[in-house]
Design a binder for this molecule. Sequence first.
Ligand SMILES: [Zn+2]
Length: 416
Amino acid sequence: MRVSKVLKAICGFSREVVILAVEVVGGPRPRLVVDVRPKRRRRGRCGRCGVLAAWLDNGDGVRSWRHVDAGYATVEVRAVARRVECRSCGPTVAAVPWARHASAFTRAFEDLVVHDAIVGNKQAAADRYGTSWRAVNNMCVRVATEALGRVDLLDGLVAVAIDEVKYKKGHKYLTVVCDHVTGQVIWAARGRSKETVGAFFDALGPRAAGLQFVTADGATWITDVVAERAPDAVVCLDTFHVIGWATKALDEVRRVEWNRLRQAGATKAAKEFKGLRFLLRRNWENLTISQREVIWSLETANRRTFRAFQLKEELRDIFALPLSQARAALDSWLACASRSKLAPFVKLARTIRTYRASIEATIEWRLTNGIAESNNASIGRIRANARGFHDPEAFITMIMLDRARLAPDLPWATAS
Ligand SMILES: [Zn+2]
């Protein structure tokens, strides 16, 4: 087998790439330098817009691109970066088959690093490949921008969920829009205000008329804009948020009871009670037998907290019922909650009465939690992996790469 053929296979070069020479430069870590050129063509393609254009000159001459490592060696692809005279862009470096425009890395290398940045985080990817966080971030932006130019995520939307996501302490939020049908994130921007939601509808344009359902958490900065920009859409309340309200009310009851025990001097009981927090937050069906016994024991130990847990679970069950049964169940739940003498639940009953129409729409159209909940969990994971984001744009890029399924395939999955 000829060396160039071996090399071509190892580097995953397509037929569009011609190998001219190869050398190994020593050092603690050897560098495999491969001189290449694209297959000769009468005309080249503009690196910026991709249109065929006449050759101009050799530009700044030889350039190199970092390529996927081969064994112990790093690999460098070297070629003359010729320029074309593009009708719309002017003199521009021609497109090369191995790299994206204006990048010091090959396409395969970028895809690999971005893949690692999504699975882990940017710093880990930077350490692994011996590059900087900034370089990895730029790769993510290039890959996401390219992918977004290929697909129109806003096309054919019928049902969306609009939600807010925290990216930094101190009330720094993004607005994130998901498609209920595909479960993908389709749009995200910094801020949570009427202007942010307005920007989504600006991007959507006349396609807003096709929207039939919008789920949200009931915040007026969302619902007011939806009512104005997509008047025919039914506004539903994400089940996820309603259950969230109930979990919060339950937590408030638990905290009040815990403080009461502490002030009464029952330190041991108070301590045990504090540990209940995460148990109470969980869904009944996810509890183990012994955990269920702990909850059951509350019926005698602390009836108020037990009742609060029951109210949370009962509300959850209502969302699984067909609409007519759910309506009746909601009536009796509201009556129970209002009479419960548990202030947070009395308040919650009032809130639910306010949003009753949106809640019933959610039950009727079965646009339940799944989407918002799983996307929220995944976005939380992205944020945790990165140990927080200072730059909202960097966070948005990672959300789009991961949750809009714009992540690149591993290079060898697409090599032709
Ligand atoms: Zn051009």
